[in-house]
Design a protein around this ligand. Sequence first.
Ligand code: NAP
Length: 347
Amino acid sequence: MNNEQYLERCAQLADLADSRVGDSPRVGAVLVYQDRIIGEGYHRVAGQAHAEVDCLASVRPADRPFIPEATLFISLEPCCIVGRSGACTNVIKEQGIKSVVFAQRDSTPGVNGESVAILEAAGISVIEYPEFKPTLKVNAHRRVMAEKGRPFVSLKFAQSADGYLRPADRKAAYWITNSISRRLVHRWRANTSAIIVGGRTVVEDNPSLTTRLFPGRDPRVVVIDPRNRVKGDEKIFAGNQLPLLFAGTERDDINAEVVVAGQELNKAALTQVLTRLMEQGLGHVTVEGGAAVLQAFINAGLWDEARVFTGNKPFGDGVSAPVLPASARTTSALRVGSDLLEVYSCS
Ligand SMILES: NC(=O)c1ccc[n+]([C@@H]2O[C@H](COP(=O)([O-])OP(=O)(O)OC[C@H]3O[C@@H](n4cnc5c(N)ncnc54)[C@H](OP(=O)(O)O)[C@@H]3O)[C@@H](O)[C@H]2O)c1
């Protein structure tokens, strides 16, 4: 196995983290002795053990004597600041590890290359892979936050085989995707900090927007309701968390944190929403519909990734699915049972 293959494993481990890691980096680590993995770990909960510590804790007693001779692979530069958990550079030195390989530097002020200097000063060999793509992808939300000053925006919707988001009869109950896709969506929900939906979706579908089909924390529910359609008796207002409601005008009749955001659904309004979410520490958000809200994010260019399911049944007529710009790039397309799942990147 070569360095890239072990870093690929680090990326897979980093990706296991769910929303408990918050906006902190998603990091995986692998400890390798004589081409054998003797430890693996990842950063699971913000403020708790970092990937390096989790990895070292997984080493069996019989393998512990090999730790100083092993190479530590990490998806991200180890930290050197004593925050809520200790500095990983100290842990590495204390364990006597002599070789560290990581992918990207950690842009956090106070780290960004500082850890490399600390390790090298201690005689530890450090190899970096700054362009390594799998690890870049895992922390794409942090890059968007730093460079664009807004959360990473993921769009998600399901369309019928003939491209409708729902049938023409707005009262009809309907399913587009199969049970495997639905469970996958709940898994994604456990990985996102907030779900955004439009007011009409709340009224017409009355969704719960929880992770009930997959173990994990429920994301914050955010409703964009410029025309004050929600009534307040829908399921989301009876959940454990207070939804964040961007209303057209003041509402004191709703069990929600209400922000008066005006009656427009345009780029300025959506920028206001995203700025507010960023202020609340919600760095990865998923827009789950409906058509108007999804299209507004697309038209404003305020999105990073789109996950589109296509079911195998046609509706014949209905609410048309949003249209992505021609510049959207397909990054993957795969079958999920009877459904097709396509993932697009904004650029
Ligand atoms: N298949 C899927 O993945 C999926 C996912 C979610 C939802 N859906 C379906 O999508 C449907 C709802 O979609 P939708 O597009 O009707 O609504 P929506 O996106 O859920 O909500 C948008 C809200 O913004 C308002 N709005 C629209 N254009 C506006 C503008 N230019 N200025 C100000 N406000 C504006 C709408 O007002 P009005 O109330 O006047 O329209 C509506 O209240 C639901 O029936 C649901 O079943 C499907």
